[in-house]
Write a protein that binds this ligand. Sequence first.
Ligand code: M6R
Length: 607
Amino acid sequence: MCGIIGYCGHRPAVSVLVEGLRRLEYRGYDSAGVAFLQHNGLEVVRAAGKLHALEEKLAELNVYQATSGIGHTRWATHGLPTERNAHPHCDPERRLALIHNGIFENYQELRDELAAEGAQFLSETDTEVFTHLLARELKKEKSFKKAFSSALSRVEGAYALVVVSLDHPGTLFAARKSSPLVMGVGEGENFLASDIPAFLPYTRDVVFLEDGEMVQIDAHSWSVFDVATLAPVSKKTTHISWDLQAAEKGGYKHFMLKEIFEQPRVISDCMTGRVDASTKKVLLPELDDIPVPENLFIVACGTSFHAGLWGMYLLESWSKIPTRVEIASEFRYRNPILHKGDAVLVISQSGETADTLAAIRLARECGAYVIGLCNVVGSSIARESDCVVYTQAGPEISVASTKAMCSQLVALTLVALSYAEKKGTLDEKERQQLLQSLAEIPNRLENALPSMRTYAQMLARMYSEARSFMFLGRGLSYPLALEGALKLKEISYIHAEGHAAGEMKHGPIALIDPKFPTFALAPCDELYPKVKSNLVEVQARGGKIIALTHQGSDLVVDNAWEIPSTKGPLDTFFMLPALQLFAYEMADYLGKDVDQPRNLAKSVTVE
Ligand code: M6R
Protein backbone atom coordinates (compact mmCIF):
# COMPACT_ATOMS: atom_id res chain seq x y z
CA MET A 1 0.00 0.00 0.00
CA CYS A 2 1.12 3.66 0.38
CA GLY A 3 1.03 6.29 -2.33
CA ILE A 4 4.22 7.70 -3.81
CA ILE A 5 4.92 10.58 -6.17
CA GLY A 6 8.04 12.13 -7.66
CA TYR A 7 8.25 15.33 -9.70
CA CYS A 8 10.91 17.06 -11.83
CA GLY A 9 9.85 20.13 -13.79
CA HIS A 10 9.24 23.85 -13.85
CA ARG A 11 6.49 24.22 -11.23
CA PRO A 12 6.76 24.62 -7.45
CA ALA A 13 7.38 20.95 -6.71
CA VAL A 14 5.91 20.86 -3.20
CA SER A 15 2.48 22.02 -4.41
CA VAL A 16 2.52 19.42 -7.18
CA LEU A 17 3.55 16.72 -4.69
CA VAL A 18 0.92 17.59 -2.10
CA GLU A 19 -1.82 17.77 -4.74
CA GLY A 20 -0.66 14.40 -6.09
CA LEU A 21 -0.67 12.90 -2.61
CA ARG A 22 -4.26 14.06 -2.13
CA ARG A 23 -5.23 11.97 -5.16
CA LEU A 24 -3.27 9.01 -3.77
CA GLU A 25 -4.63 9.21 -0.23
CA TYR A 26 -6.92 6.26 -0.97
CA ARG A 27 -3.74 4.13 -0.86
CA GLY A 28 -2.96 5.02 2.73
CA TYR A 29 -3.46 7.99 4.98
CA ASP A 30 -1.90 7.51 8.38
CA SER A 31 1.04 9.86 7.79
CA ALA A 32 2.62 11.76 4.92
CA GLY A 33 5.81 13.54 3.95
CA VAL A 34 7.80 15.26 1.21
CA ALA A 35 11.50 15.75 0.43
CA PHE A 36 12.95 18.31 -1.96
CA LEU A 37 16.15 20.15 -2.71
CA GLN A 38 16.19 23.87 -1.98
CA HIS A 39 18.96 26.41 -1.31
CA ASN A 40 21.55 23.62 -1.86
CA GLY A 41 20.12 21.56 0.97
CA LEU A 42 17.88 18.54 1.35
CA GLU A 43 14.62 19.38 3.12
CA VAL A 44 12.36 16.71 4.56
CA VAL A 45 8.96 17.55 6.08
CA ARG A 46 6.76 14.80 7.55
CA ALA A 47 3.66 14.61 9.72
CA ALA A 48 1.60 11.90 11.39
CA GLY A 49 -2.08 11.84 10.46
CA LYS A 50 -3.83 12.84 7.30
CA LEU A 51 -2.45 15.08 4.61
CA HIS A 52 -3.75 18.31 6.14
CA ALA A 53 -1.32 17.82 9.06
CA LEU A 54 1.57 17.89 6.56
CA GLU A 55 0.05 20.90 4.79
CA GLU A 56 -0.14 22.81 8.07
CA LYS A 57 3.58 22.22 8.61
CA LEU A 58 4.47 23.20 5.06
CA ALA A 59 2.41 26.39 5.32
CA GLU A 60 4.88 27.66 7.91
CA LEU A 61 7.86 27.21 5.58
CA ASN A 62 8.95 28.80 2.33
CA VAL A 63 8.99 25.85 -0.02
CA TYR A 64 8.45 27.57 -3.34
CA GLN A 65 11.96 27.39 -4.79
CA ALA A 66 12.13 23.62 -5.23
CA THR A 67 11.18 22.31 -8.68
CA SER A 68 11.79 18.64 -7.99
CA GLY A 69 11.05 16.33 -5.10
CA ILE A 70 9.26 13.26 -3.77
CA GLY A 71 6.15 12.69 -1.62
CA HIS A 72 4.59 9.77 0.24
CA THR A 73 1.32 8.94 1.95
CA ARG A 74 1.63 5.94 4.23
CA TRP A 75 -0.32 2.85 5.24
CA ALA A 76 1.77 1.45 8.07
CA THR A 77 3.28 -2.03 7.76
CA HIS A 78 6.43 -1.82 9.95
CA GLY A 79 6.22 0.62 12.82
CA LEU A 80 3.44 2.78 14.21
CA PRO A 81 2.00 5.60 12.12
CA THR A 82 4.17 8.25 13.79
CA GLU A 83 6.15 11.13 12.31
CA ARG A 84 9.48 9.34 12.69
CA ASN A 85 8.18 6.33 10.78
CA ALA A 86 6.69 8.51 8.04
CA HIS A 87 8.48 8.69 4.68
CA PRO A 88 10.72 10.06 3.17
CA HIS A 89 13.60 8.49 5.05
CA CYS A 90 17.18 9.81 4.79
CA ASP A 91 20.61 8.21 4.83
CA PRO A 92 22.75 8.94 7.91
CA GLU A 93 24.53 11.88 6.24
CA ARG A 94 21.26 13.27 4.85
CA ARG A 95 22.56 13.30 1.28
CA LEU A 96 19.59 11.38 -0.04
CA ALA A 97 15.95 10.76 0.81
CA LEU A 98 13.65 8.07 -0.44
CA ILE A 99 10.06 6.91 -0.47
CA HIS A 100 8.93 3.30 -0.61
CA ASN A 101 5.73 1.39 -1.26
CA GLY A 102 6.01 -2.32 -0.45
CA ILE A 103 7.81 -4.45 2.11
CA PHE A 104 11.44 -5.50 2.35
CA GLU A 105 10.95 -9.00 3.69
CA ASN A 106 14.58 -9.51 4.71
CA TYR A 107 14.84 -6.11 6.39
CA GLN A 108 15.59 -7.53 9.84
CA GLU A 109 18.56 -9.49 8.56
CA LEU A 110 19.85 -6.39 6.70
CA ARG A 111 19.22 -4.21 9.72
CA ASP A 112 21.28 -6.54 11.92
CA GLU A 113 24.07 -6.57 9.32
CA LEU A 114 24.14 -2.77 9.11
CA ALA A 115 23.83 -2.35 12.88
CA ALA A 116 26.89 -4.59 13.29
CA GLU A 117 28.76 -2.07 11.14
CA GLY A 118 27.63 0.73 13.45
CA ALA A 119 24.48 1.96 11.70
CA GLN A 120 21.96 3.73 13.89
CA PHE A 121 18.31 3.78 12.94
CA LEU A 122 15.88 6.58 13.60
CA SER A 123 12.71 4.67 12.76
CA GLU A 124 11.22 1.19 13.03
CA THR A 125 10.63 0.92 9.29
CA ASP A 126 11.98 -1.56 6.77
CA THR A 127 12.47 1.38 4.40
CA GLU A 128 15.11 3.17 6.46
CA VAL A 129 17.32 0.09 6.17
CA PHE A 130 17.49 0.68 2.44
CA THR A 131 18.75 4.25 2.89
CA HIS A 132 21.76 2.86 4.78
CA LEU A 133 22.28 0.13 2.22
CA LEU A 134 22.24 2.62 -0.64
CA ALA A 135 24.53 5.06 1.17
CA ARG A 136 26.98 2.21 1.82
CA GLU A 137 26.98 1.26 -1.89
CA LEU A 138 27.46 4.92 -2.88
CA LYS A 139 30.64 5.02 -0.83
CA LYS A 140 32.04 2.16 -2.94
CA GLU A 141 30.58 3.12 -6.29
CA LYS A 142 30.42 6.60 -7.86
CA SER A 143 27.72 5.81 -10.44
CA PHE A 144 24.37 6.32 -8.72
CA LYS A 145 22.66 3.79 -10.98
CA LYS A 146 25.25 1.09 -10.24
CA ALA A 147 25.06 1.73 -6.51
CA PHE A 148 21.24 1.70 -6.62
CA SER A 149 21.28 -1.54 -8.61
CA SER A 150 23.62 -3.26 -6.21
CA ALA A 151 21.66 -2.08 -3.14
CA LEU A 152 18.48 -3.41 -4.77
CA SER A 153 20.11 -6.77 -5.37
CA ARG A 154 20.31 -7.19 -1.57
CA VAL A 155 16.61 -6.74 -0.82
CA GLU A 156 13.85 -9.33 -0.99
CA GLY A 157 10.20 -8.42 -1.21
CA ALA A 158 8.18 -5.76 -2.95
CA TYR A 159 9.09 -2.19 -3.71
CA ALA A 160 8.35 0.89 -5.68
CA LEU A 161 11.11 3.29 -4.64
CA VAL A 162 11.93 6.86 -5.61
CA VAL A 163 15.15 8.56 -4.50
CA VAL A 164 16.18 12.21 -4.47
CA SER A 165 19.87 12.95 -3.96
CA LEU A 166 21.86 16.08 -3.11
CA ASP A 167 24.52 14.88 -5.54
CA HIS A 168 22.08 14.80 -8.46
CA PRO A 169 19.91 17.90 -8.14
CA GLY A 170 16.91 17.98 -10.49
CA THR A 171 17.05 14.21 -11.05
CA LEU A 172 15.09 11.34 -9.51
CA PHE A 173 15.93 7.63 -9.57
CA ALA A 174 13.28 4.95 -9.13
CA ALA A 175 12.75 1.21 -9.39
CA ARG A 176 9.91 -1.23 -9.05
CA LYS A 177 9.28 -4.85 -8.15
CA SER A 178 5.76 -6.09 -7.35
CA SER A 179 4.49 -2.63 -6.35
CA PRO A 180 2.92 -0.25 -8.85
CA LEU A 181 4.90 2.60 -10.42
CA VAL A 182 3.94 4.63 -13.48
CA MET A 183 5.69 7.52 -15.15
CA GLY A 184 3.88 10.61 -16.44
CA VAL A 185 5.57 12.33 -19.38
CA GLY A 186 4.83 16.03 -19.67
CA GLU A 187 6.31 19.05 -21.44
CA GLY A 188 9.32 20.19 -19.49
CA GLU A 189 8.22 18.03 -16.58
CA ASN A 190 8.09 14.36 -15.71
CA PHE A 191 6.37 12.44 -12.93
CA LEU A 192 6.57 9.14 -11.11
CA ALA A 193 3.63 7.85 -9.10
CA SER A 194 1.83 4.82 -7.75
CA ASP A 195 -1.21 5.67 -9.83
CA ILE A 196 -2.14 7.92 -12.73
CA PRO A 197 -4.59 10.34 -10.99
CA ALA A 198 -1.59 11.73 -9.07
CA PHE A 199 -0.35 13.57 -12.15
CA LEU A 200 -3.51 13.69 -14.26
CA PRO A 201 -3.87 17.51 -14.10
CA TYR A 202 -0.55 17.82 -15.95
CA THR A 203 -0.31 14.96 -18.42
CA ARG A 204 -2.19 11.98 -19.77
CA ASP A 205 0.89 10.44 -21.40
CA VAL A 206 1.98 7.51 -19.34
CA VAL A 207 4.75 4.92 -19.35
CA PHE A 208 3.95 1.74 -17.42
CA LEU A 209 7.03 0.43 -15.64
CA GLU A 210 7.60 -3.29 -15.26
CA ASP A 211 9.11 -5.31 -12.44
CA GLY A 212 12.89 -5.25 -12.59
CA GLU A 213 13.08 -1.81 -14.20
CA MET A 214 14.92 1.26 -12.97
CA VAL A 215 14.14 4.74 -14.21
CA GLN A 216 15.94 8.07 -14.16
CA ILE A 217 14.00 11.28 -14.79
CA ASP A 218 14.70 14.99 -14.91
CA ALA A 219 12.52 17.83 -16.21
CA HIS A 220 13.32 17.19 -19.87
CA SER A 221 14.23 13.53 -20.21
CA TRP A 222 13.60 10.07 -18.91
CA SER A 223 15.27 6.70 -19.41
CA VAL A 224 14.53 3.18 -18.29
CA PHE A 225 17.10 0.47 -17.52
CA ASP A 226 17.15 -3.15 -16.50
CA VAL A 227 17.78 -3.01 -12.76
CA ALA A 228 20.28 -5.88 -12.79
CA THR A 229 22.28 -5.22 -15.97
CA LEU A 230 21.58 -1.48 -16.40
CA ALA A 231 20.99 -2.16 -20.09
CA PRO A 232 18.61 0.45 -21.58
CA VAL A 233 14.99 -0.70 -21.96
CA SER A 234 12.84 0.79 -24.69
CA LYS A 235 9.36 1.81 -23.55
CA LYS A 236 6.16 3.02 -25.21
CA THR A 237 4.09 5.99 -24.07
CA THR A 238 0.35 5.31 -23.66
CA HIS A 239 -2.24 8.10 -23.87
CA ILE A 240 -4.89 7.75 -21.14
CA SER A 241 -8.39 8.66 -22.27
CA TRP A 242 -10.05 9.40 -18.94
CA ASP A 243 -9.73 12.88 -17.53
CA LEU A 244 -9.47 14.62 -14.20
CA GLN A 245 -13.21 15.04 -13.78
CA ALA A 246 -13.54 11.27 -13.70
CA ALA A 247 -11.27 11.31 -10.65
CA GLU A 248 -13.11 14.13 -8.80
CA LYS A 249 -16.25 14.27 -6.63
CA GLY A 250 -18.49 16.17 -9.09
CA GLY A 251 -20.74 17.76 -6.44
CA TYR A 252 -21.35 14.62 -4.36
CA LYS A 253 -20.57 14.67 -0.64
CA HIS A 254 -18.33 11.61 -0.97
CA PHE A 255 -16.63 9.66 -3.75
CA MET A 256 -18.52 6.59 -2.59
CA LEU A 257 -21.90 8.23 -3.20
CA LYS A 258 -20.75 9.50 -6.59
CA GLU A 259 -19.50 6.06 -7.51
CA ILE A 260 -22.79 4.40 -6.44
CA PHE A 261 -24.69 6.86 -8.63
CA GLU A 262 -22.33 6.24 -11.54
CA GLN A 263 -23.41 2.61 -11.79
CA PRO A 264 -25.98 3.07 -14.58
CA ARG A 265 -23.22 4.54 -16.75
CA VAL A 266 -20.77 1.87 -15.62
CA ILE A 267 -23.15 -0.87 -16.81
CA SER A 268 -23.49 0.80 -20.23
CA ASP A 269 -19.75 1.42 -20.49
CA CYS A 270 -18.92 -2.15 -19.66
CA MET A 271 -21.34 -3.35 -22.37
CA THR A 272 -20.25 -0.82 -24.99
CA GLY A 273 -18.99 -2.56 -28.11
CA ARG A 274 -19.51 -5.96 -26.54
CA VAL A 275 -22.87 -6.94 -28.00
CA ASP A 276 -23.33 -7.20 -31.75
CA ALA A 277 -26.39 -5.08 -32.56
CA SER A 278 -27.63 -7.30 -35.38
CA THR A 279 -26.77 -10.84 -34.24
CA LYS A 280 -27.15 -10.05 -30.51
CA LYS A 281 -24.03 -12.09 -29.85
CA VAL A 282 -21.52 -11.22 -27.15
CA LEU A 283 -18.29 -9.79 -28.55
CA LEU A 284 -15.37 -10.54 -26.29
CA PRO A 285 -12.48 -11.12 -28.70
CA GLU A 286 -10.14 -10.99 -25.68
CA LEU A 287 -11.34 -14.49 -24.78
CA ASP A 288 -10.55 -15.91 -28.22
CA ASP A 289 -6.84 -16.09 -27.37
CA ILE A 290 -7.44 -19.06 -25.08
CA PRO A 291 -9.63 -22.18 -25.39
CA VAL A 292 -12.98 -22.40 -23.59
CA PRO A 293 -11.95 -23.67 -20.13
CA GLU A 294 -12.80 -27.19 -19.08
CA ASN A 295 -12.61 -26.19 -15.44
CA LEU A 296 -12.47 -22.69 -14.10
CA PHE A 297 -10.98 -21.37 -10.87
CA ILE A 298 -12.01 -17.85 -9.94
CA VAL A 299 -9.51 -16.20 -7.61
CA ALA A 300 -9.86 -12.77 -5.96
CA CYS A 301 -9.98 -10.88 -2.66
CA GLY A 302 -12.64 -8.91 -0.78
CA THR A 303 -15.42 -7.46 -2.88
CA SER A 304 -13.89 -8.91 -6.04
CA PHE A 305 -14.13 -12.35 -4.40
CA HIS A 306 -17.84 -11.76 -3.81
CA ALA A 307 -18.22 -10.84 -7.47
CA GLY A 308 -16.46 -14.11 -8.33
CA LEU A 309 -18.85 -16.14 -6.16
CA TRP A 310 -21.76 -14.52 -7.97
CA GLY A 311 -20.14 -15.25 -11.33
CA MET A 312 -19.80 -18.94 -10.44
CA TYR A 313 -23.59 -19.35 -10.46
CA LEU A 314 -23.81 -18.00 -14.04
CA LEU A 315 -20.77 -19.87 -15.36
CA GLU A 316 -22.10 -23.16 -14.05
CA SER A 317 -25.76 -22.72 -14.93
CA TRP A 318 -25.39 -20.97 -18.30
CA SER A 319 -21.99 -22.11 -19.62
CA LYS A 320 -21.85 -25.47 -17.81
CA ILE A 321 -18.21 -24.88 -16.83
CA PRO A 322 -17.34 -26.46 -13.48
CA THR A 323 -16.23 -23.45 -11.47
CA ARG A 324 -14.79 -22.96 -8.02
CA VAL A 325 -14.08 -19.68 -6.34
CA GLU A 326 -11.23 -19.04 -3.97
CA ILE A 327 -9.77 -16.30 -1.86
CA ALA A 328 -6.39 -15.48 -3.41
CA SER A 329 -4.45 -15.58 -0.13
CA GLU A 330 -5.66 -19.18 0.41
CA PHE A 331 -5.27 -20.34 -3.18
CA ARG A 332 -1.65 -19.29 -3.43
CA TYR A 333 -0.47 -21.35 -0.47
CA ARG A 334 -2.43 -24.58 -0.87
CA ASN A 335 -0.87 -26.32 -3.92
CA PRO A 336 -4.05 -26.24 -6.02
CA ILE A 337 -4.44 -29.04 -8.55
CA LEU A 338 -4.58 -27.47 -11.99
CA HIS A 339 -4.75 -29.51 -15.20
CA LYS A 340 -3.92 -28.72 -18.80
CA GLY A 341 -6.91 -26.89 -20.24
CA ASP A 342 -7.90 -25.41 -16.88
CA ALA A 343 -8.14 -21.69 -16.56
CA VAL A 344 -7.87 -19.26 -13.68
CA LEU A 345 -9.98 -16.14 -13.85
CA VAL A 346 -8.64 -13.47 -11.54
CA ILE A 347 -10.79 -10.50 -10.58
CA SER A 348 -9.32 -7.26 -9.33
CA GLN A 349 -10.37 -3.63 -9.44
CA SER A 350 -6.90 -2.25 -8.84
CA GLY A 351 -4.98 -4.94 -10.69
CA GLU A 352 -2.30 -4.63 -8.00
CA THR A 353 -3.56 -6.82 -5.15
CA ALA A 354 -0.50 -8.75 -4.00
CA ASP A 355 -2.23 -12.07 -3.24
CA THR A 356 -4.16 -12.05 -6.51
CA LEU A 357 -0.98 -11.30 -8.42
CA ALA A 358 0.77 -14.18 -6.66
CA ALA A 359 -2.15 -16.46 -7.61
CA ILE A 360 -1.64 -15.55 -11.27
CA ARG A 361 2.04 -16.42 -11.08
CA LEU A 362 1.24 -19.74 -9.44
CA ALA A 363 -1.41 -20.56 -12.05
CA ARG A 364 1.01 -19.80 -14.86
CA GLU A 365 3.70 -21.96 -13.29
CA CYS A 366 1.16 -24.80 -13.27
CA GLY A 367 0.47 -24.24 -16.98
CA ALA A 368 -3.08 -22.91 -16.55
CA TYR A 369 -4.40 -20.07 -18.68
CA VAL A 370 -5.04 -16.83 -16.85
CA ILE A 371 -7.94 -14.55 -17.68
CA GLY A 372 -7.75 -11.17 -15.95
CA LEU A 373 -10.92 -9.25 -15.12
CA CYS A 374 -9.53 -5.91 -14.23
CA ASN A 375 -10.46 -2.24 -14.01
CA VAL A 376 -7.10 -0.48 -14.08
CA VAL A 377 -5.61 -0.47 -17.56
CA GLY A 378 -1.96 -1.48 -17.66
CA SER A 379 -1.96 -2.69 -14.04
CA SER A 380 0.28 -5.60 -13.03
CA ILE A 381 -2.56 -8.13 -13.05
CA ALA A 382 -3.68 -6.96 -16.49
CA ARG A 383 -0.15 -7.29 -17.83
CA GLU A 384 0.54 -10.69 -16.37
CA SER A 385 -2.69 -12.36 -17.55
CA ASP A 386 -2.93 -14.27 -20.83
CA CYS A 387 -5.95 -12.19 -21.77
CA VAL A 388 -7.75 -9.31 -20.07
CA VAL A 389 -11.39 -8.34 -19.99
CA TYR A 390 -11.37 -4.74 -18.81
CA THR A 391 -14.36 -3.79 -16.70
CA GLN A 392 -14.25 -0.16 -17.88
CA ALA A 393 -15.64 1.35 -14.65
CA GLY A 394 -13.28 4.37 -14.67
CA PRO A 395 -11.22 5.36 -11.63
CA GLU A 396 -12.69 4.21 -8.32
CA ILE A 397 -11.45 6.46 -5.54
CA SER A 398 -13.50 5.53 -2.48
CA VAL A 399 -11.81 2.77 -0.51
CA ALA A 400 -15.10 0.89 -0.31
CA SER A 401 -15.59 -0.67 -3.71
CA THR A 402 -19.00 -0.10 -5.32
CA LYS A 403 -19.07 0.65 -9.02
CA ALA A 404 -16.09 -1.63 -9.62
CA MET A 405 -18.09 -4.60 -8.33
CA CYS A 406 -21.04 -3.61 -10.50
CA SER A 407 -18.77 -3.56 -13.56
CA GLN A 408 -17.25 -6.92 -12.56
CA LEU A 409 -20.75 -8.43 -12.46
CA VAL A 410 -21.55 -7.06 -15.93
CA ALA A 411 -18.27 -8.43 -17.27
CA LEU A 412 -18.93 -11.83 -15.65
CA THR A 413 -22.42 -11.88 -17.17
CA LEU A 414 -20.90 -11.25 -20.60
CA VAL A 415 -18.16 -13.85 -20.10
CA ALA A 416 -20.72 -16.48 -19.03
CA LEU A 417 -23.01 -15.62 -21.97
CA SER A 418 -20.07 -15.72 -24.36
CA TYR A 419 -19.00 -19.20 -23.21
CA ALA A 420 -22.63 -20.35 -23.25
CA GLU A 421 -22.85 -19.18 -26.88
CA LYS A 422 -19.67 -21.02 -27.81
CA LYS A 423 -20.81 -24.22 -26.10
CA GLY A 424 -24.48 -23.92 -27.07
CA THR A 425 -25.50 -24.50 -23.47
CA LEU A 426 -28.12 -21.78 -23.11
CA ASP A 427 -31.42 -21.52 -24.90
CA GLU A 428 -31.10 -18.86 -27.62
CA LYS A 429 -34.32 -17.04 -26.67
CA GLU A 430 -33.28 -16.97 -23.01
CA ARG A 431 -29.84 -15.63 -23.95
CA GLN A 432 -31.31 -12.83 -26.06
CA GLN A 433 -33.82 -11.88 -23.36
CA LEU A 434 -31.03 -11.67 -20.81
CA LEU A 435 -29.03 -9.34 -23.04
CA GLN A 436 -32.12 -7.22 -23.69
CA SER A 437 -32.88 -6.94 -19.96
CA LEU A 438 -29.27 -6.09 -19.19
CA ALA A 439 -29.33 -3.30 -21.77
CA GLU A 440 -32.44 -1.83 -20.13
CA ILE A 441 -30.97 -1.74 -16.63
CA PRO A 442 -28.95 1.52 -16.90
CA ASN A 443 -32.08 3.64 -17.54
CA ARG A 444 -34.19 1.84 -14.99
CA LEU A 445 -31.48 2.04 -12.34
CA GLU A 446 -30.85 5.73 -13.03
CA ASN A 447 -34.55 6.41 -12.35
CA ALA A 448 -34.66 4.23 -9.26
CA LEU A 449 -31.50 5.39 -7.46
CA PRO A 450 -32.83 8.67 -5.93
CA SER A 451 -35.78 6.98 -4.20
CA MET A 452 -33.60 4.05 -3.17
CA ARG A 453 -31.30 6.54 -1.49
CA THR A 454 -34.24 8.15 0.35
CA TYR A 455 -35.30 4.75 1.67
CA ALA A 456 -31.74 3.95 2.73
CA GLN A 457 -31.57 7.28 4.61
CA MET A 458 -34.77 6.44 6.47
CA LEU A 459 -33.42 2.99 7.42
CA ALA A 460 -30.09 4.44 8.56
CA ARG A 461 -31.86 6.70 11.04
CA MET A 462 -34.15 3.90 12.22
CA TYR A 463 -31.37 1.38 12.81
CA SER A 464 -28.51 3.66 13.79
CA GLU A 465 -28.39 2.22 17.32
CA ALA A 466 -27.73 -1.33 16.12
CA ARG A 467 -24.23 -2.56 16.91
CA SER A 468 -24.54 -5.75 14.85
CA PHE A 469 -26.30 -6.84 11.68
CA MET A 470 -26.95 -10.22 10.04
CA PHE A 471 -27.12 -10.28 6.23
CA LEU A 472 -28.89 -13.28 4.70
CA GLY A 473 -29.35 -14.45 1.13
CA ARG A 474 -29.71 -17.63 -0.93
CA GLY A 475 -28.43 -18.53 -4.37
CA LEU A 476 -27.20 -15.46 -6.22
CA SER A 477 -28.20 -13.36 -3.22
CA TYR A 478 -25.72 -15.18 -0.97
CA PRO A 479 -22.63 -13.38 -2.36
CA LEU A 480 -24.64 -10.18 -2.09
CA ALA A 481 -25.32 -10.89 1.59
CA LEU A 482 -21.55 -11.24 2.09
CA GLU A 483 -20.97 -8.00 0.22
CA GLY A 484 -23.70 -6.14 2.16
CA ALA A 485 -22.05 -7.17 5.42
CA LEU A 486 -18.56 -6.23 4.19
CA LYS A 487 -19.72 -2.83 2.99
CA LEU A 488 -21.47 -2.01 6.28
CA LYS A 489 -18.56 -3.07 8.48
CA GLU A 490 -15.84 -1.42 6.45
CA ILE A 491 -17.31 2.07 6.48
CA SER A 492 -19.58 2.23 9.55
CA TYR A 493 -17.54 -0.11 11.83
CA ILE A 494 -20.79 -1.87 12.77
CA HIS A 495 -20.27 -5.58 13.28
CA ALA A 496 -21.94 -7.39 10.37
CA GLU A 497 -22.06 -11.04 9.31
CA GLY A 498 -23.14 -12.37 5.95
CA HIS A 499 -24.57 -15.89 5.77
CA ALA A 500 -26.32 -18.20 3.37
CA ALA A 501 -29.91 -18.01 4.64
CA GLY A 502 -30.14 -21.80 4.90
CA GLU A 503 -27.01 -21.96 7.06
CA MET A 504 -28.39 -19.63 9.66
CA LYS A 505 -30.03 -22.27 11.76
CA HIS A 506 -26.74 -24.18 11.92
CA GLY A 507 -25.27 -21.62 14.30
CA PRO A 508 -25.62 -17.91 13.52
CA ILE A 509 -29.26 -17.90 14.68
CA ALA A 510 -27.94 -18.06 18.25
CA LEU A 511 -26.97 -14.41 17.89
CA ILE A 512 -30.46 -13.19 17.08
CA ASP A 513 -32.24 -11.05 19.65
CA PRO A 514 -34.29 -7.83 19.45
CA LYS A 515 -31.07 -5.78 19.27
CA PHE A 516 -29.48 -7.80 16.44
CA PRO A 517 -31.38 -6.94 13.25
CA THR A 518 -31.30 -8.96 10.03
CA PHE A 519 -30.99 -7.52 6.54
CA ALA A 520 -32.47 -10.15 4.23
CA LEU A 521 -32.24 -10.42 0.47
CA ALA A 522 -35.61 -11.80 -0.57
CA PRO A 523 -36.16 -11.29 -4.29
CA CYS A 524 -39.32 -12.90 -5.64
CA ASP A 525 -37.50 -15.75 -7.38
CA GLU A 526 -37.72 -19.52 -7.03
CA LEU A 527 -35.92 -19.41 -3.69
CA TYR A 528 -38.31 -16.84 -2.20
CA PRO A 529 -40.40 -19.40 -0.21
CA LYS A 530 -37.23 -20.78 1.38
CA VAL A 531 -35.96 -17.34 2.39
CA LYS A 532 -39.39 -16.50 3.74
CA SER A 533 -39.27 -19.53 6.06
CA ASN A 534 -35.81 -18.51 7.28
CA LEU A 535 -37.14 -15.06 8.12
CA VAL A 536 -39.99 -16.50 10.15
CA GLU A 537 -37.32 -18.33 12.17
CA VAL A 538 -35.59 -14.99 12.83
CA GLN A 539 -38.85 -13.38 13.88
CA ALA A 540 -39.56 -16.24 16.26
CA ARG A 541 -36.39 -15.14 18.14
CA GLY A 542 -37.56 -11.52 18.35
CA GLY A 543 -35.22 -10.34 15.57
CA LYS A 544 -36.10 -7.26 13.53
CA ILE A 545 -35.97 -7.63 9.75
CA ILE A 546 -35.27 -5.37 6.80
CA ALA A 547 -36.01 -7.31 3.61
CA LEU A 548 -34.97 -6.26 0.15
CA THR A 549 -37.75 -7.58 -2.01
CA HIS A 550 -40.05 -6.95 -4.95
CA GLN A 551 -43.54 -5.61 -5.39
CA GLY A 552 -46.03 -8.38 -4.76
CA SER A 553 -44.04 -10.11 -2.02
CA ASP A 554 -46.16 -11.14 0.94
CA LEU A 555 -43.43 -10.75 3.56
CA VAL A 556 -44.57 -9.40 6.90
CA VAL A 557 -41.37 -7.84 8.25
CA ASP A 558 -40.35 -4.59 9.94
CA ASN A 559 -39.23 -2.98 6.69
CA ALA A 560 -40.04 -4.51 3.31
CA TRP A 561 -37.89 -2.49 0.91
CA GLU A 562 -39.35 -2.96 -2.56
CA ILE A 563 -36.96 -2.37 -5.42
CA PRO A 564 -37.43 -2.81 -9.20
CA SER A 565 -37.16 -6.31 -10.57
CA THR A 566 -35.88 -7.63 -13.86
CA LYS A 567 -34.97 -10.94 -15.42
CA GLY A 568 -33.79 -13.49 -12.83
CA PRO A 569 -30.10 -13.13 -11.97
CA LEU A 570 -30.04 -9.54 -13.18
CA ASP A 571 -32.10 -8.47 -10.13
CA THR A 572 -28.65 -8.19 -8.59
CA PHE A 573 -28.08 -4.90 -10.42
CA PHE A 574 -30.79 -3.31 -8.23
CA MET A 575 -30.04 -5.16 -5.03
CA LEU A 576 -26.34 -4.32 -4.99
CA PRO A 577 -26.80 -0.51 -5.03
CA ALA A 578 -29.49 -0.86 -2.32
CA LEU A 579 -26.96 -2.60 -0.06
CA GLN A 580 -24.30 -0.03 -0.90
CA LEU A 581 -26.66 2.87 -0.19
CA PHE A 582 -27.69 1.36 3.14
CA ALA A 583 -24.05 1.07 4.23
CA TYR A 584 -23.26 4.54 2.92
CA GLU A 585 -26.18 6.26 4.66
CA MET A 586 -25.49 4.45 7.91
CA ALA A 587 -21.81 5.48 7.89
CA ASP A 588 -22.60 9.05 6.89
CA TYR A 589 -25.33 9.36 9.54
CA LEU A 590 -22.90 8.09 12.18
CA GLY A 591 -20.33 10.65 11.00
CA LYS A 592 -17.72 8.19 9.80
CA ASP A 593 -14.98 8.92 7.30
CA VAL A 594 -16.80 7.26 4.42
CA ASP A 595 -14.17 7.49 1.69
CA GLN A 596 -11.18 6.69 3.86
CA PRO A 597 -12.27 4.27 6.57
CA ARG A 598 -9.82 3.50 9.35
CA ASN A 599 -7.24 0.74 8.90
CA LEU A 600 -8.02 0.17 5.22
CA ALA A 601 -6.36 1.06 1.97
CA LYS A 602 -7.69 0.95 -1.56
CA SER A 603 -4.96 -1.07 -3.10
CA VAL A 604 -3.59 -3.93 -1.00
CA THR A 605 -0.11 -4.43 -2.41
CA VAL A 606 1.15 -6.39 0.60
CA GLU A 607 0.17 -9.96 1.40
O1 M6R B 1 -8.36 -4.16 -6.23
P1 M6R B 1 -8.95 -5.48 -5.84
O2 M6R B 1 -10.30 -5.70 -6.48
O3 M6R B 1 -8.05 -6.64 -6.10
O4 M6R B 1 -9.17 -5.37 -4.29
C1 M6R B 1 -9.66 -6.44 -3.54
C2 M6R B 1 -10.07 -6.00 -2.15
O5 M6R B 1 -8.98 -5.46 -1.47
C3 M6R B 1 -11.19 -4.96 -2.18
O6 M6R B 1 -12.30 -5.41 -2.90
C4 M6R B 1 -11.61 -4.60 -0.75
O7 M6R B 1 -12.26 -5.68 -0.15
C5 M6R B 1 -12.49 -3.36 -0.74
N1 M6R B 1 -12.17 -2.54 0.40
C6 M6R B 1 -13.95 -3.65 -0.67
O8 M6R B 1 -14.73 -2.52 -0.53
